[in-house]
Write a protein that binds this ligand. Structure first.
Ligand SMILES: *[C@@H]1O[C@H](CO)[C@@H](O)[C@H](O)[C@H]1NC(C)=O
Ligand SMILES: *[C@@H]1O[C@H](CO)[C@@H](O)[C@H](O)[C@H]1NC(C)=O
Ligand SMILES: *[C@@H]1O[C@H](CO)[C@@H](O)[C@H](O)[C@H]1NC(C)=O
Ligand SMILES: *[C@@H]1O[C@H](CO)[C@@H](O)[C@H](O)[C@H]1NC(C)=O
Ligand SMILES: *[C@@H]1O[C@H](CO)[C@@H](O)[C@H](O)[C@H]1NC(C)=O
Ligand SMILES: *[C@@H]1O[C@H](CO)[C@@H](O)[C@H](O)[C@H]1NC(C)=O
Length: 257
């Protein structure tokens, strides 16, 4: 009995452990030399400092800020997953910043995505501007056996989560679980909360379509876009104790300069 419990849990633990290390980035507007000697770069350091340090004292899932004057304004934003605690959000942002610093040092704009957060900067204003053109698909490596049926159910489920977000004017995310065969499907969708409802819906629909374009037949998938992300798995990847997002509210703070 004890042994079988361990074996039942083992795949889950392994999955959770490997999934937690996921991190990726997209470097945009590359220049030909390191941007570190520019005014833009010093503005960028300031704006990233302000974003990252803010989460020490407060609990914000989303934050937008900018620093400097034209033509050297640096704009930055972050979005943490709705279940991520403030301290984990901050640690995630620190790592994201480090990653962008190393990987995108020629770039005037860049995004870093990981399990818990997204960090983004640019030399152009990003506020309330939907961007689904910048995206990265990330597929679970394992094939599902009943792929036609499974993917039909999964994309339908994701579409329902997107609809739930559209029907809620305040919270730009939704999650739920759905019984499937002997297990469950777990889904999550979110937009940056500065988007209008229709822009958010468009970003989610585009991303959900890309799930099957890039990951069809796999037992889990996500698409990470600059303005939204969508994900489903057959294991629980969110830390919420409750099953659905219907009665969860989050405080979103938006800072405009
Ligand atoms: C920008 O630079 C990064 C880092 O050197 C590189 O990985 C990426 O492919 C470049 N992007 C473009 C569009 O050139
Ligand atoms: C800027 O980056 C380049 C390339 O990494 C480096 O050689 C140079 O010392 C850096 N300059 C400053 C002021 O940090
Ligand atoms: C990148 O890392 C260097 C060295 O740690 C640091 O001085 C610089 O402020 C960092 N830049 C950004 C944009 O975070
Ligand atoms: C925005 O960033 C600037 C400096 O980069 C900082 O002085 C200001 O406090 C920040 N605003 C907020 C609300 O974090
Ligand atoms: C951002 O930087 C790119 C590359 O240097 C430049 O072509 C573009 O005009 C800049 N955008 C703004 C709004 O300054
Ligand atoms: C998974 O499915 C793909 C496409 O149907 C196939 O090419 C691949 O060999 C399969 N992988 C495994 C491990 O079965």
């Amino acid at each position: 009995m004890f042994l079988s419990l361990i074996f039942l849990w083992m795949p889950v633990l392994i999955f959770t452990a490997t999934a937690a290390e996921f991190k990726t980035h997209y470097c945009e507007l590359n220049t030909t030399s390191h941007i570190n000697n520019t005014i833009f770069y010093s503005n960028l350091i300031q704006v990233l400092d302000s974003l990252v340090s803010d989460t020490i004292v407060s609990d914000k899932q989303f934050l937008y800020n900018s620093t400097g004057i034209q033509p050297n304004i640096a704009y930055g934003l972050y979005l943490c997953r709705a279940d991520v605690l403030p301290n984990d959000c901050r640690n995630c942002l620190l790592e994201a910043r480090e990653d962008l610093n190393k990987s995108c040092f020629l770039s005037k704009a860049a995004v870093s995505w990981s399990d818990n957060c997204m960090l983004r900067y640019a030399n152009y204003s990003m506020l309330s501007v939907m961007n689904s053109a910048i995206f990265i698909p990330e597929c679970n490596k394992i094939n599902i056996s009943d792929q036609t049926q499974f993917w039909h159910v999964a994309t339908d489920f994701m579409g329902q989560l997107a609809t739930r977000v559209l029907n809620d004017l305040e919270v730009k995310n939704a999650y739920d679980e759905l019984p499937y065969n002997d297990g469950k499907l777990y889904g999550y969708v979110q937009c940056t909360p500065d988007l209008s409802g229709s822009d958010c819906g468009q970003c989610l629909r585009t991303s959900i379509d890309r799930l099957s374009q890039y990951c069809y037949g796999k037992e889990g998938a996500r698409v990470l876009a600059a303005s939204c992300d969508v994900r489903f798995e057959i294991y629980k990847f969110l830390q919420f104790p409750a099953a659905t997002s219907q009665n969860q509210g989050f405080i979103i703070n938006l800072i405009l300069l």
